[in-house]
Design a binder for this molecule. Structure first.
Ligand SMILES: [Zn+2]
Length: 188
């Protein structure tokens, strides 16, 4: 089932998410719905807060950017309770976008090498060293679990320049070709 993507301005995107336990109800169904939602909106990653749940669950399918970034080819992940360890402090700047911030793409500096520890969809512990754009996608999605958006990591000048666009997302004036949920209207 396709789920609406919660947009910038919604408080669910700003909360820290909770660890997921093996008793989590209908995890398999939720993961399938998250993949369906991600594919329908042509994203390469989706974190649970983006579908309105503050739970530490991320889905990634980086294959669509595999031509440009070979490390992404055929890489599909379900990350439960992921943890990132930075292996190399040097940062590289590349453009990012986010399904929760439609119509915006900005440069973000991130480290290129990480060690990722996580539970897979069967709750089996996994660990892998990742690099390049794949490491970037993972960092972007794991930021969502902390209530952080990539636009928090751009320069104040850039943030100022996209203020108008961000405001139109918050006020529900942005068009989106996938189902979305806007921020609740503020009470006057
Ligand atoms: Zn995002």
């Amino acid at each position: 089932m396709k789920l609406p993507v919660y947009l910038y301005g919604h408080p669910v995107l700003r909360r820290k998410s909770e660890d997921v336990s093996p008793e989590y109800p209908e995890l398999e169904k939720l993961v399938a719905d998250m993949f369906e939602t991600m594919y329908a909106s042509e994203g390469v990653g989706l974190a649970a807060p983006q579908i309105g749940r503050n739970d530490r669950i991320v889905v990634i399918d980086a294959d669509p950017v595999g031509e440009q970034f070979p490390e992404c080819k055929g890489r599909r992940f379900v990350l439960i309770n992921p943890e990132i360890e930075i292996l190399d402090g040097e940062k590289v700047t590349r453009a990012e976008g986010c399904l929760s911030v439609p119509g915006v793409s900005e440069n973000v500096a991130r480290v290129e090498h990480i060690r990722l520890s996580w539970l897979d969809e069967k709750m089996h512990p996994r660990q892998e060293e990742l690099s390049g754009f794949l490491a970037r996608i993972v960092q972007h999605e794991c930021d969502h679990l902390e209530g952080t958006l990539y636009i928090d990591r751009i320069s104040p000048i850039r943030k100022q320049l996209i203020k108008g666009k961000l405001n139109s997302i918050v006020t529900g004036k942005t068009y989106c070709d996938y189902p979305v949920r806007y921020a609740p209207k503020k009470l006057k």
